[in-house]
Write a protein that binds this ligand. Sequence first.
Ligand code: UD1
Length: 423
Amino acid sequence: MDKLLIEGGRPLEGSVRISGAKNAALPAMAAALLTCERVELDNIPRVRDIITMGRLLAYMTATVETPELPPTAMIIQAKTVNGAEAPYELVRTMRASILTLGPLVARNGSARVSLPGGCSIGARPVDLHLKALEQMGAEIGTSHGYVEARVPGGGRLPGGNVHFDKITVTGTENILMAAVLAKGETKIENAAREPEITDLAELLIKMGAEIEGAGTSTIRVQGKEKLHGARHTIIADRIEAGTFLVAGAITNGSLEIIGCVPEHLASVIAKLRETGVEIRETAPDTLVVRGAKKLGAADVITEEYPGFATDMQAQFMALVTQAQGTSVITERIFENRFLHASEMMRMGANISIEGRRAVVHGPTTLSGSGVIASDLRASASLVLAALVAQGETLIDRVYHIDRGYERIEEKLSSVGARIRRVS
Ligand code: UD1
């Protein structure tokens, strides 16, 4: 099993280019199931979750081509999806597989997708996805660990009024994809407003869908009988960009982050500035981060977009271990997302967990040690902690980081980090 070996204490300097957003690419790939024509995507990050989604689509009879040039392109064509289902072997490794449910039931009139199962950052059920599909007129059953959704009497989903009790990102995406081929109108209320939703809506509109309000909490969709092929470039990964902003800040370095969308990072930028980190927008797609001589403490509460992203919480925790004073981090989105804290404590951090709050007393000198990555963003936070730690840190289970960060060790070494992959 691969591990990352990192020698800390070097300020990062230079430029890094941000990849396409995994969380926008995954629903875009699933959206290709909505048409028999070719969907050409660009700026697809080469990360494990994308490979898994590609396998899942291929299993469902879609052809998935990844041309050599440009290396970020992907062409998907799902000529037929009759009888398609998403088996447990593929779904268990990636919760986002549930994103195939909406498109399949919309195109086919029925779908069978394995339940994603547990996850280290909390229970993460799919009840909201299922309730919403019912509100659109689907009949839902579960048996032998599979969700079965079908349109009573066959044919297209009627569509309807969907109200999410709680904001859900992939839930909103699933329903959006189901709604574009429904017979009537669908109104989605309390929808997620993440940039990944807007990006998906843009692709669907290029495919012929009629959607209004994506990016707001009410989305209206007029269903169409058919969608067609389209070309689309995926937005930049705001979480990867945010992770590199913290990398520059925590090592007291100077990093240029190219190919990002600063607007998508507004809450992260504001929080980093609160700690004294300097961030400048030097071009519409470029940010320059410079560390602070003395980092100050700052409290953070994770929220749905445009609030501070839960996917940046672990990285921010790594940063404030280096800040003067006490920082309180409140996790509002997931109930068990502090697994990285115990690993940081092994490195010398002073953190206490009280339910959904983590209290971090800084600054502490971190020292390199053996740590275990527990999930995707937790592993990124351990890389960040290791970059500032004294001595060597060995991070185990880096397959988590490979799920969502493209060539992380290559990108970090190119700006001066001492990092290498060992098996
Ligand atoms: C997506 C992102 C993930 C990010 C998360 C929150 C993708 C592929 N993943 O995950 O990186 O951390 O948004 O920004 O885009 N919930 C339910 N029932 C449901 C669905 C969700 O109770 O049916 C709960 C979850 O347990 C969680 C909260 O709602 O507590 C938000 O989850 P959700 O927005 O659905 O996260 P994902 O879409 O899975």
